[in-house]
Design a protein around this ligand. Sequence first.
Ligand code: PRX
Length: 656
Amino acid sequence: MTAQGPTDQARTYPAPDTFKARALVDAQTYEKMYAASVGDPDAFWGEHGKRLEWIKPYTKVKNVNFTFGEVSIKWFEDGTLNVAANCVDRHLATRAEQTAIIWEPDDPKTPARHITYRELHEQVCRMANVLKSQGVTKGDRVVIYLPMIPEAAFAMLACARIGAIHSIVFAGFSADALADRVNDSAAKVVITADEAPRGGRRTALKSNADAALLRCSDKVRCLVVKHTGGQTTWVQGRDVDVLEMMSHASPDCPPEEVGAEDPLFVLYTSGSTGKPKGVVHTSGGYLVYAAMTHELVFDYHPGDVFWCTADVGWVTGHSYIVYGPLANGATTVMFEGVPTWPDAGRFWEVCAKHKVNQFYTAPTAIRALMAFGTEPVEKHDLSSLRLLGSVGEPINPEAWNWYNTHVGKGNCPIVDTWWQTETGGHLITPLPGAIPAKPGSATRPFFGVKPVVLEAESGKLIEDTAAEGVLCIADSWPGQMRTVWGDHERFQETYFQQYKGYYFSGDGCRRDADGYYWITGRVDDVINVSGHRMGTAEVESALVAHDKVAEAAVVGYPHDVKGQGIYAYVTLMHGVEPTEELRKELEVWVRREIGPIAKPDLIQWAPGLPKTRSGKIMRRILRKIAENDAASLGDTSTLADPGVVDDLVENRMNKG
Ligand code: PRX
């Protein structure tokens, strides 16, 4: 490797020879397969689609149009299959007694559960039959609002089994956020639990669901998993004790035949404008892609124990706790707890306890744990680990080095995987036996992925290898989202309008002289808080919904642990006193409107916001102030009232 250019001075880290010796893909194979995948996608994916079991094999592979106004994405379109049968039934012949899911509860004193493929099959069938008994049929939507318990995976697969479309709402979201998603997807059923334990505390999920359902059609049924046994109110005729019903339901449920392009799930995600949008993933292409990336990126070998620490409420949990691993007949760990409870050694204790081979987490978790020193890591036997993964945000070199040295002991390749809810699976990531890592770089594209770097303003394609601009993808891959639920226009406008002929990721990036990609973060009004995506517009609209708030503008700022923090500028209604109580009240308000992850870290009272003469808020200026970089505010002369900036700079909250 040559070291040239401003970004690739970083040292490269090839995988250790012992790792390479048994790696699934080596450097030469990567180059050959990559060339084949972009050279003839039909032939390449036609072959790799065969990793699934199809009811009716496909004869067409790729049928894609990225032209704005005509965007249409189809893969394997005339094939039929069942996703649950691929993730469960087809493994029964060879690995019925192998553990499919290891469930590690929040409280380490509660025993873990080991669920074999045979048991998984039975539970999924029972849950599917319960859904059927509630009138759920193919194409219906089911909202899942559950803690990280095996029932969440059963519910996902039960939907897939009967061809219903699930939409998981992260258990940290509020009643209002849940209601919006139930209504937008017109779901027939909500599956929830009495309570969600996390870090020794309990969230009253069912009572959130009760509050949400007041805002929904009274036809929506509520299936309740009695998980902690905590008290809940019970609405006769609407609420159903799902575990009790499962115990009577038949353990047999034939899988429904679905088309490759029938939706598998909808997952709501934040964008730069408006309410979160329902990202639609379909059955065939998504599963091929999730399974293949899971196997090759994590170098998964049969018998390995794989642990992705995400929540199933995010896409990472969909693709790399449930669908990818189970499609590969893997053993996947599902963890209910948090990294720092009962102490900062919990992740490592779980790795040692279950002899985890591949461990996949977010940089924010690493940074949070670094603050506790190395003792909690060194206490545990991590010798089972072979590979580490990172996802959700760029990993800073300090965190990378700590992860590499103290967790991986210098023996585990680190795969920094760049992808999005929209992409279904990894797009830019090292294949560990093939591509040496550079700390902070997601490295090179996965098979079939054609990243391009464009000039942000002009949209001009930058041909040179070393490049900096916005990251787009020039052609489709099977895991790509197909549409926004109920709004294909919005899908096209969001991803295909600005840079014609390309999928626009919303991220900026640099490509170094070695062709490695370095993601520099969002170029739109989306912020990344602890690896969670948050639209600034969402937080703003929650704030202005408060009757004491006249106006609000929200931006991100660098945060030591979270990556980015939420900085809110709030203009109060005339005559309202800015007090500490009000600040607290607004924090609680946003938590209630959206959920704890949206709580502003800093709220600054703003007598006025910097606006252009046409009334547009100058976010660039607000970002600079929040970043404590008032020195480079640039030209403020076009502002309607340049004086407001001085006040904001003087009273900024981020003085650190
Ligand atoms: O900005 C990128 C960042 O997370 C965004 C996608 O967020 P979400 O849809 O919630 O999915 C997160 C998990 C896949 C991207 O647009 N991002 C994700 N992974 C990385 C990353 N930024 C840098 N490096 C990564 N490895």
